[in-house]
Design a protein around this ligand. Structure first.
Ligand code: 7RM
Length: 653
């Protein structure tokens, strides 16, 4: 594996927190030292302390970690709690009137919801779910716009022990159907539509299309009225949200569940076609969410925390729907696109709502950076005191822009490495203590045992030598399994090193100070605008088109999106003249958009008579990657049956 020498040389700069920030931070140097000392000396005791301190238990646990069936770990297994109780009810004594959610719609409508109101609405909707026959353990799909009702639906499921699976509103009907069927869900909660980019996202239409294709497990569909445009409702199956809650009480006793009771499934891409239903627990997940909101985001009582992620992604679960509420904070939710009415919208929202903590993805930072400093400079960003990034490595140029233009050189930047599977931040600075370096997610959090190892699982001690990023000890917020596929859980996450370490699937290196630098994925997973997509998923979508015989997809660097998609396509009939067919390319792009979602549309498509394969029939992805990136070809091309193919792949024939 190569190491990124340029960035090491340039980015040895250290950015310590300002004295002012450090003085007011929740975790100060002495607290930080004490946390690490405790975690080092008594790892499970450390997590037990946190679980007792930060969560309210209905029945206290006596056992901390059960590793008797590793890698199927259990945390706090004989304890009982309720996640929604921990996010809502327990705050009512001292913050009933505090704002829990500040919502802004794309068209400018604003709603502020207090903890009392949110508790009432969640309880009322939970009663509506029960009235529709939803019980503890049932799966419920949430396919919603970014409105508070998405969070209310999630919290209501948690309140009655139902397992939700949020499907990102940008996913197509096909993706939705696959997820419904894999989870064997009983209900879909959706909306007529959402506002995004000045248009209406047709959620109900997509949901109808998914259900028309056959989702035998679905019994009912609850439809939240957002856009108020005309949509058909199916008698006996569909019910409006406002009708479902009519007459329902705003009191709903939380259902106490075991610590290990599944809280949610969230589907994520792997290197094979079928998305995996990542299954998270109740107590362990919530613990990860609350500790990281406090430690990494330094979330305090007067903060306004805006994490721009959609609740369709794990970031929106942990840093919008659960974590900030568990910590008693105020969270901002914005429905729409960052460019409506212009690209100053994010900064306007920060000014209007006095956002103090702002968390977004490098792809958004780069897109906004390209538009220059004039837009952000028109707004008062002085309320911001902490910035965060997640989803992919941030390039130092974007980091410095974020630091200067948005943070005015005053705000720490927390670059947080974690995954859908880890549930919460894993490697990230604690901002009042750990000095940052542009492009590095810094060091593991207390209680998180991350390392970089070689092929044999030995820790790499040499500075800046790349290897596998692993987690060497189980941690509370980790995934519990892949829904319905224990074997895939074991094979994907514990395949190497005798099953001893959790394999994250990323390569990384540590520098001389022990700071981690993420180098990228080790498998065929793309990271487009911070969204994980399997190459296989895009390939399967392409070959599902009637004219496509074979397809191979690779990623190549892209200024804004981080990675863009390059597809090599073999058609069933003749290859287009000179390898160009603009109309077909457009058709295939739209086709993939429909099959998976617009984010998966290939940026470039090149037609060839054949794909380059090894003798064993494996597609030579490295070769395709070299070509897509305009790099020198290092692969042995002697096995290619037809040398002309190489010219076709390069677009030269
Ligand atoms: C939270 C999330 C996970 C993958 C992960 C990495 C990449 C995420 C960073 C990062 C470098 C970061 N969940 N990744 N955060 N790479 N620095 N701070 O993104 O499941 O959708 O993706 O994203 O490759 O394995 S995810």
């Amino acid at each position: 594996m190569s190491s990124n020498i340029d960035s090491v040389l340039i980015e040895d700069r250290l950015f310590p927190p300002t004295e002012e920030f450090a003085a007011k931070a929740r975790i100060k140097q002495a607290d930080f030292d004490a946390l690490h000392k405790r975690a080092d000396e008594d790892y499970t005791g450390f997590w037990a302390d946190q679980a007792r301190d930060m969560l309210d238990w209905h029945k206290p646990f006596s056992e901390v970690l059960d590793d008797s069936r590793a890698p199927h770990f259990k945390w706090f297994a004989d304890g009982q709690l309720n996640v929604s109780y921990n996010c809502l009810d327990r705050h009512l004594a001292d913050r009933a009137d505090k704002t829990a959610i500040i919502f802004e719609g794309e068209q400018g409508d604003v709603r502020k919801i207090s903890y009392q109101q949110l508790t009432d609405e969640v309880s009322q909707f939970a009663n509506a779910l029960k009235a529709q026959g939803i019980e503890s353990g049932d799966r419920v799909i949430i396919y919603m716009p970014m409105t508070p009702e998405a969070v209310i639906a999630m919290q209501a499921c948690a309140r009655i022990g139902a397992i939700h699976s949020v499907v990102f509103g940008g996913f197509s009907a096909e993706s939705l159907r696959d997820r419904i069927n894999d989870a064997a869900a009983k209900m879909v909660i959706t909306a007529d539509g959402g506002h995004r980019g000045g248009k209406i996202v047709e959620l109900k239409a997509a949901s109808d299309k998914a259900l028309d294709h056959g989702c035998p497990s679905i019994e009912s569909v609850i439809v939240y009225q957002r856009t108020k445009h005309d949509i058909p409702m199916q008698d006996g199956r569909d019910i409006w949200w406002h009708d479902a809650i009519k007459g329902q009480s705003t009191q709903c006793d939380p259902v106490w569940v075991d610590a290990e009771h599944p809280l949610f499934l969230l589907y994520t891409s792997g290197s094979t076609g079928k998305p995996k239903g990542i299954q998270h627990s109740s107590a362990g997940y919530l613990l990860g969410a609350i500790v990281t909101n406090k430690w990494v985001f330094d979330l305090q009582d007067d903060d306004v925390f805006w994490c721009t992620a959609d609740v369709g992604w794990i970031t929106g679960h942990t840093y919008v729907a659960y974590g900030p509420l568990a910590a008693g904070g105020t969270a901002v939710i914005y429905e729409g696109a960052p460019t409506v009415p212009d690209a100053g919208r994010f900064w306007k929202i920060c000014e209007d709502h006095k956002v103090s903590i702002f968390y977004t993805a490098p792809t958004a930072i780069r897109a906004l950076m390209k538009l220059g400093d004039d837009l952000p400079n028109q707004y008062d960003l002085s309320s911001i005191r902490l910035l965060g990034t997640v989803g992919e490595p941030i390039n130092p140029e974007a980091w410095i822009w974020y630091h200067k233009t948005i943070g005015k050189e005053r705000c720490p930047i927390v670059d947080t490495w974690w995954q859908t599977e880890t549930g919460a931040n894993m490697i990230a600075p604690i901002p009042g203590v750990v000095a940052t370096k542009p492009g590095s997610c810094t060091i593991p959090l207390p209680g998180i045992a991350a390392d970089v190892v070689d092929e044999d699982g030995n820790s790499i001690t040499e500075a800046n030598k790349g290897g596998y990023l692993v987690i060497t000890k189980p941690f509370p917020s980790m995934l519990r399994t892949v829904w319905g596929d224990e074997q895939r859980y074991v094979d994907t996450y514990w395949p190497k090193f005798g099953g001893k370490y959790y394999l994250a699937g990323d390569s990384a290196r540590k520098d001389k100070d022990g700071y981690f630098w993420i180098m990228g994925r080790i498998d065929d997973v793309l990271n487009v605008s911070g969204h994980r997509l399997g190459t296989m998923e895009v390939e399967s979508a392409l070959v599902a088109h009637e004219r496509v015989a074979e397809a191979a997809v690779v990623g190549y660097p892209h200024d804004v999106k981080g990675e863009a998609i390059f597809a090599y396509v073999v058609l069933k009939g003749k290859r287009p003249e000179g390898g160009v067919d603009e109309a077909l390319t457009q058709e295939l792009r739209n086709w993939v958009g429909e099959q998976i979602g617009p984010i998966a549309k290939p940026d470039q498509i090149r037609y060839s008579d054949n794909l380059p394969k090894t003798r064993s029939g494996k597609i030579m992805r490295r070769l395709l990657r070299n070509i897509a990136r305009g790099e020198e070809i290092t692969s042995d091309t002697s096995t290619l049956e037809n040398e002309d193919i190489l010219l076709q792949l390069q677009g030269k024939a």
